[in-house]
Design a protein around this ligand. Structure first.
Ligand code: ACO
Length: 183
């Protein structure tokens, strides 16, 4: 598994992964907005299946093209994190801070530490490149796996509960983690 910066060529595979893994979906334009505005803040986890790299095998090449996670040269996107800096004009907090819009890992690749790595890269970039002082996110109250990751592995804190934040009426935890610049 490789973690690298997300590129425009990955956007379709990122959107597909999001559609597979989460009920909160976004337009391709919104993904592109992230990449154009904060090109250092979004990452993908990819795998290169050696059996799929053989470009002489026409059957293999056709199989790759049909795989919605395939981004070329035998590489498949198996997870992503979409990060941004706060750009909410209504925000009352003028401290520069980042926000994780979306994170997900394809089912068969879970519990391998991929989300942890994606998040750490994203937090590092938000802090180092964009001078974010903290990073925030929303997560469903019922999302045990993600809550575990944020709270226990990454030491995010629950700041508040946002009632009926999601379209189906579920509440969200609004979470924050302070970031420290090594000055
Ligand atoms: N149950 C309990 N804890 C879990 C679980 C689980 N099923 N999965 C991950 N964790 C926690 C653990 O603390 C784990 O550490 P450990 O393995 O040392 O115990 C830690 O998270 C790190 O696990 P990773 O292997 O890095 O996590 P993974 O790559 O499996 O991805 C994720 C976790 C992103 C939540 C994945 O389950 C997923 O894609 N779920 C569906 C989409 C989703 O819920 N995304 C988050 C929405 S919130 C947002 O986008 C801001």
């Amino acid at each position: 598994i490789t973690i690298r910066l997300a590129r425009v060529e990955d956007l379709q595979a990122m959107q597909n992964a999001n559609l597979n893994n989460l009920p909160e979906n976004y337009t391709l334009k919104y993904y592109l907005y992230h990449l154009l505005s904060w090109p250092q803040a979004s990452f993908v986890a990819t795998t290169t299946d050696p059996e799929l790299v053989d470009q002489d095998d026409e059957f293999a090449v056709e199989t790759q093209k049909q795989d919605s996670q395939y981004v070329g040269k035998g590489e498949k996107v198996v997870g992503y994190v979409l990060g941004k800096m706060n750009d909410d004009a209504d925000s009352t907090d003028d401290t520069p801070h980042g926000h994780v819009t979306s994170l997900s890992v394809m089912r068969t690749y879970r519990r391998m530490g991929i989300a942890d790595k994606l998040m750490r890269q994203c937090l590092y970039a938000l802090c180092e490149t964009f001078k974010a002082r903290y990073v925030s996110l929303h997560v469903r109250e019922s999302n045990r796996a993600a809550l575990h990751l944020y709270k226990d592995t990454l030491q995010f804190e629950v700041i508040s509960i946002e009632k009926s934040y999601y379209q189906d009426g579920e509440d969200a935890y609004y979470m924050k983690k302070n970031l420290h610049l090594d000055e």
